[in-house]
Structure formats: structure tokens, C-alpha cells
Write a protein that binds this ligand. Structure first.
Ligand SMILES: Nc1ncnc2c1ncn2[C@@H]1O[C@H](COP(=O)(O)OP(=O)(O)OP(=O)(O)O)[C@@H](O)[C@H]1O
Ligand SMILES: [Mg+2]
Length: 277
């Protein structure tokens, strides 16, 4: 290759990198404070009102606990939060850690949604079963550390760490401590989501009044198929239905702790499984 050709190639490469850098800057400016626009425009999806509330709450609150009924799209939106977080920060600035009570849950729930989003929206980098890397550098992973491991997530050094805890009732206190240790500066966030089915858990403690967690509750009665909120029909089809709610009221009774947890999205005073037993 001649020297001239080499210089031209280098110049083209430099211009491409510069264009990409400028595009990333525009994206960061536009979407960092507007996650709903990110969902609509960048990944071409629709989020219903409580999903938008969860995303928006992370702009102002370092720690957000979402207790919710079943099937309202909480794991789905948590995966979008992960994508948004990585997309609206400078490369190398942000890191996402996700966890759940079992490794199959990490891989088959949140990371399945992350993989779908990454592929459909053509986001940067590569995503495998439970890891996301950009230019060979890890930017997110899902883990299920040993329950007693307070040092579980040590070694992550990024200015803006986001920890996502899915199925939060099944996460023992030590792992909450490990998550907390990762998110000590103002730019970090923890999002814990789950069905409030066990009142003797750390998730219950953080969801109680008086803690400095921002709390969001989602009852089935807040969801689009029960309120009439307008959402695309293909989304409505995926979310909890009025029929299911009515069936469970009949089957369990509305004062049953299982109904309180799985339909109303509230911690029952008794352990529902103790009642079942
Ligand atoms: N905004 C959305 N756009 C498209 N699909 C969505 C959206 N929100 C949720 N879904 C789909 O609805 C289904 C249920 O969502 P998800 O698994 O997140 O619910 P969940 O509240 O976490 O349920 P569970 O209580 O079982 O954990 C999934 O197939 C998910 O992909
Ligand atoms: Mg879920």
C-alpha cells in the first residue's frame, strides 16, 4: 500500500470515529434526562405510565424500590433501564450489574429482555448470555453470587454504576449490602423490583416508610387493562388482565395474603406461603 493511500485510510478512520463521537454526544444530551424519549425514539417501544414513572424516578433518586403485582412489565422495563443507562453515558463511565435469586432467573428473564432489546435496537457492543461488552471491555453483567457474599460485586470501578435487583424478595441482606457498597457516590443508582410476597425479607424493610429509598407500588388495578389507559394492543395483550384478577379474587379471596401480594402489589402482614401450607 502506498503512503498516500495509508494516509487517506487513516484520515477516513479518524473522521468515522469523530462522527461516531459526535453522534454519541447528541444522543447523550438528548436522552440522559428523558428516558421516555429514549424508549420511544431510540428503541422504538412504548412504555406504560408506571414503567415511565420507574425510569423517571431514577433521574432524581439514588435508590428505587418497586413492589408490584405480577405481569405488569417490571423485568421488561428494568432491562430497558439497563440499556438506557449504558447508552446515555460516555463510554467507560457507566457500568450495570444485575442480579436475581437464581442464575437461571438472571439469564432467562432480565438478560433475555436485554438481548432482545440490544438486537432489535442495534445498540453498541456485544451481548451474550449475561454479559455486555463494548470494544472488548465489559460494561454490564448479570450475576448470582453466593447468598452470604458481601464482597460479591467488588472490583467494579466506574463513576456511574447501576445495580438492578430483580425478584428482590429472594435476595438476602448480604447481597443488598454488596450492592450498596458499589453505589456509594451520587452518580450511582440501585433499582430493586419484585413481587412483595414475603414480609420477612430485606425487600420489605427497604419498602417501608421512613427508609431513604424512593418507593413505587404497582397494583393490578393501576395497570392498563384495568384502568383503560391507552397502550398499543400488542402490549395490552402481554400485561395482567382483568379476567385473571377476577379469577384470583374468587379463587383466593381478596383478603388472602397471596391476593394482597400478587394482585395488589403490597406486602401481606403474614407470609402467604405459611398460609398456603
Ligand atoms: N413496554 C413494553 N413493551 C413491550 N412488551 C412489554 C412491555 N412491558 C412488558 N412487556 C412484555 O410483557 C410480558 C411481561 O413482562 P415482565 O416479564 O416484565 O413482567 P413482570 O412484571 O416482571 O412479571 P413477573 O411478575 O412474572 O415477574 C413480557 O413478555 C414483556 O416482554
Ligand atoms: Mg419479572
Amino acid at each position: 500500500m502506498t503512503l498516500d493511500r495509508l494516509t487517506t485510510l487513516r484520515e477516513l478512520h479518524r473522521l468515522k470515529a469523530e462522527r461516531e463521537r459526535q453522534a454519541a454526544q447528541v444522543r447523550i444530551q438528548r436522552y440522559r434526562t428523558d428516558p421516555t424519549a429514549w424508549i420511544n425514539e431510540r428503541i422504538n417501544e412504548f412504555a406504560w405510565s408506571k414503567q415511565r414513572e420507574i425510569m423517571a424516578s431514577l433521574l432524581d433518586h439514588r435508590r428505587v424500590a418497586v413492589r408490584s403485582c405480577h405481569g405488569v412489565g417490571k423485568s421488561h422495563i428494568a432491562s430497558r433501564v439497563a440499556g438506557w443507562w449504558l447508552d446515555v453515558h460516555e463510554p467507560g463511565e457507566a457500568f450495570v450489574v444485575t442480579t436475581a435469586p437464581t442464575f437461571p432467573q438472571v439469564r432467562a428473564i432480565l438478560w433475555r429482555y436485554i438481548r432482545q432489546m440490544h438486537k432489535r435496537a442495534g445498540l453498541i457492543g456485544k451481548v451474550n448470555q449475561t454479559e455486555w461488552s463494548v470494544d472488548g471491555e465489559l460494561v454490564a453483567f448479570g450475576r448470582k453470587p453466593a447468598d452470604h457474599d458481601e464482597a460479591a460485586f467488588q472490583g467494579i470501578h466506574a463513576r456511574r454504576v447501576l445495580v438492578i435487583i430483580d425478584e428482590a424478595c429472594g435476595i438476602p441482606e448480604q447481597l443488598w449490602i454488596a450492592a450498596d457498597a458499589l453505589t456509594t457516590n451520587d452518580g450511582c443508582r440501585i433499582l430493586a423490583i419484585g413481587n412483595p410476597d414475603n414480609p420477612s425479607t430485606h425487600f420489605k424493610q427497604v419498602s417501608e416508610r421512613g427508609t431513604n429509598w424512593h418507593k413505587i407500588r404497582i397494583s393490578a388495578f393501576d395497570s392498563p387493562n384495568l384502568t383503560g389507559e391507552q397502550v398499543p394492543p400488542e402490549l395490552a395483550e402481554m400485561l395482567i388482565s382483568r379476567g385473571w384478577v377476577e379469577e384470583k379474587a374468587e379463587e383466593w379471596g381478596t383478603d388472602n395474603p397471596i391476593y394482597v401480594s400478587k394482585v395488589l402489589g403490597e406486602f401481606p402482614t403474614q407470609d402467604p406461603f405459611a398460609v398456603v401450607r
